[in-house]
Design a binder for this molecule. Structure first.
Ligand code: ADP
Ligand code: MG
Length: 213
């Protein structure tokens, strides 16, 4: 299957539902290394994104991601809002005006998302941020597509890689964002943004796998 408008809307809607369901966990992760608002921030931003689809239905998968990105920038708050929002806008722009995106085009879009977040946040892998989940996920997605995987299988590979990246943030000391103020006390906890990134990618795997069945 390709990523069409309906599937793109289903992705962001599922991400909003999954983040809301896991809001308390994201909040407690952020309470340990930050200010405890990441669950509320992401729930608010993604709810605004899904509300925007109802108000003004996007015509292409690219438009879905651009609209979601705008809502996240406007409504999420915190450091994560502009980062996710910019990343999703860049992903949407990378998809252009096409009505459907093949897996290789989705790989390009995810790469554009990663590049956008890196450019804005200036975090590298190992800094204990969402990049530690997103970078291996994007690489795994691309590798899977190169090996002939369909969209659902590539998305599952990406979500699995994000989960491993999330686990690998535990021993790291944060070098970016609010958690970096804690210095060595940031060690021993999962990064909240890496946790939300894992949920967002798992949501993509869920909607692309269900549609294929
Ligand atoms: P805030 O830190 O402003 O309260 P959130 O709690 O919503 O914002 O988001 C925190 C998450 O944002 C962190 O767990 C981390 O993953 C991510 N983050 C913070 N700064 C950066 C950065 N410069 N680059 C990438 N991700 C970052
Ligand atoms: Mg916070």
């Amino acid at each position: 299957m390709n990523l069409d408008t309906r599937t793109a809307v289903a992705w962001i809607t599922r991400a909003a539902d999954d983040v809301r369901a896991d809001e308390a966990r994201l909040t407690s992760l952020d309470a340990a290394v930050g200010d405890g608002d990441h669950g509320a921030n992401m729930t608010r931003g993604l709810a605004a994104a899904t509300a925007s689809f109802a108000e003004k239905p996007p015509a292409t998968p690219g438009a879905v991601l651009v609209a979601a990105g705008r809502s996240l920038v406007a409504k999420t708050g915190g450091a994560s809002g502009p980062l996710y929002g910019t990343g999703l806008r860049k992903a949407g722009k990378a998809l252009g005006e096409a009505e459907q995106a093949e897996p290789a085009a989705v790989a390009e879009a995810l790469q554009a998302m990663l590049d956008g977040i890196r450019e804005l946040g200036e975090a590298a892998e190992g800094d204990k941020t969402m990049i530690d989940a997103l970078a291996p996920a994007v690489a795994a997605f691309r590798d899977a597509v190169d090996d002939g995987a369909d969209l659902g299988a590539a998305a599952r590979a990406a979500a699995d890689a994000a989960e491993e990246g999330l686990a690998a943030t535990v021993p790291l000391q944060a070098r970016k964002g609010r958690a970096s103020y804690l210095g060595a006390r940031s060690v021993g906890h999962e990064d909240p943004g890496a946790a939300s990134t894992t949920l967002v990618l798992r949501a993509l795997a869920e909607v692309t796998t269900e549609d294929a069945a």
